[in-house]
Design a protein around this ligand. Structure first.
Ligand SMILES: [Zn+2]
Length: 462
């Protein structure tokens, strides 16, 4: 049966690609309120996709004004585990459209990759689930285990309604194992099995010196400049390596064991490789403590970024001292860190470091926990076998420096069930960036792996 299902999945990939392109044409940007209609259209199209795959009881699910999720199920396998297949149908904003080689919402193939916003993150995940289910139903007329497919609509804004959602739909989503197709592969051709995610904490710090801008010649030298004050505060947040330098911040960062460090050291640890992957300019030095491997820095340690700054724009600026300056600070947290504690320490640091008596405020935006698991047990064994069969290469057990706020609360809501994080992206997919793309060959491998995984999970559950 495995060969027949693999063949069916292979045969379905042309159609799957058309399904994916249809979804990518919908600009379902959850961060943009003006696009709420598009997010709804995307939910409708996703529901139609799940219907076509043969799932039962396909419905949209929401709480309050939360962008709609789509749920479908097939619950006819007696004495078999229930697998929850997760993806999301909302997407990131496009960034600068003129920096895309082609229109982000007009999907197009170049060199074996499909380009478009959401092609890899994460509409390919939604279509992968539907295609794996369909491959089974077409060949065997049944699935080897019970399946619930859950396609969320607000992942890209940090799943703010997740708690309410889980409370309301706990019964609908209850499962023995969680499979998320929202992570990615180690590299093109080599699958990844993600075992840790960083958390996220951040907010906007705003400094005010004056009620309005004043002449810098008349006032400069006596009236402090909020933009300079802001630069000093931001600089105080990190040390010479760019590592977080907030008092107490590292107290709840779990240091990897020697065995875990040895695992990390077995990967390619050259910082140049990471820098090159992200298009670093010549001469750029790697950030972070140089005595830690790049993987420890990316997966196990916090990292602070300033993701927005407001002062007067350069265009049209004149010799003034501006009245206010503000920055949005975002910290990726180590998997072990408490986001509420991180926000408190950030606020306390600001209180100590805002200079010259400026008025200041801090409005938190996010606080989401990271997640880490021990990559052992029946579900992981099943995933290793399925990915090895699907890709013809065994998976790299890896961390991810990004955050999926959904994972920790979800796994907890169902009693700490195993969570398998797979996905269609690879390090060159530029998810969240311009020219996002999906490697179509690896996507096929993922679909086949997922189809086989359903059988492996059914056979391996203790
Ligand atoms: Zn995603």
């Amino acid at each position: 049966m495995h060969d027949a299902v693999t063949a069916a999945a292979d045969a379905a990939m042309g159609h799957a690609r058309d399904e994916l392109m249809e979804l990518v044409r919908i600009p379902s940007i959850s961060a943009d309120r003006a696009k709420a209609v598009e997010v709804q259209r995307s939910a409708d199209a996703t529901a139609a996709l799940l219907e076509r795959s043969g799932l039962d009881h396909v419905r949209q699910a929401t709480v309050d004004a939360c962008p709609p999720a789509v749920i479908g199920e097939w619950h006819h396998a007696a004495d078999a585990p229930t697998v929850l297949l997760y993806a999301h149908h909302d997407v990131q904003p496009t960034g600068f459209v003129d920096r895309w080689t082609t229109d982000p919402f007009a999907p197009v193939e170049r060199d074996g990759r499909l380009f478009g916003r959401g092609s890899a993150d994460d509409k390919a995940g939604a279509v992968a689930h539907a295609t794996a289910v369909q491959a089974w139903l077409e060949t065997a007329r049944e699935l080897p285990c019970n399946v619930t497919v859950f396609i969320e609509g607000e992942e890209e804004v940090g799943s703010p309604n997740l708690g309410a959602f889980l409370a309301r739909y706990q019964d609908d989503l209850s499962a023995d194992v969680l499979v998320l197709a929202d992570a990615g592969n180690w590299s093109v051709g080599t699958p990844g099995l993600t075992c840790s995610l960083r958390g996220l904490a951040g907010g906007v710090v705003r400094l005010q010196a004056l009620s309005g801008p004043v002449h810098s010649g008349m006032a400069g030298g006596v009236v402090p400049d909020p933009a300079v004050a802001l630069a000093r505060v931001l600089a105080s947040l990190v040390d010479d390596h760019g590592d977080v330098a907030i008092d107490g911040f590292w107290d709840d960062v779990r240091v990897p064991t020697d065995a875990e460090r040895a695992e990390l050291a077995s990967l390619d640890t050259r910082p140049e490789r990471v820098l090159a992957t992200y298009g670093a300019r010549p001469g750029l030095e790697a950030a972070g403590d140089p005595t830690r491997s790049v993987w420890e820095r990316l997966w196990w340690r916090p990292a602070l970024s300033v993701i927005g700054i407001d002062s007067h724009p350069i265009e049209g600026s004149s010799n003034q001292i501006v009245a206010t300056a503000a920055a949005r600070v975002s910290v990726r947290l180590a998997p072990s860190q408490d986001p509420d504690r991180a926000l408190e320490l950030l606020r306390a640091h600001l209180a100590r470091h805002v200079p010259w008596g400026l008025e200041w405020s801090f409005e938190p935006d996010w606080g989401a926990p990271g997640w880490a698991c021990e990559p052992t047990g029946w579900a992981f064994d099943a995933a290793r076998r399925a990915l090895t069969a699907g890709f013809g290469r065994s998976p790299v057990v890896m961390g991810v420096g990004g955050s999926i706020p959904f994972v920790a609360p979800f796994a907890e809501a169902f009693g700490g069930i195993p969570a398998l994080l797979l996905g269609p992206a690879d390090p060159t997919s530029r998810i969240h960036g311009e020219d996002e793309s999906l490697h179509l060959g690896d996507w096929r491998n993922l679909v086949v792996s997922e189809a086989l995984l359903l059988a492996e999970l059914a056979e391996n559950r203790p």
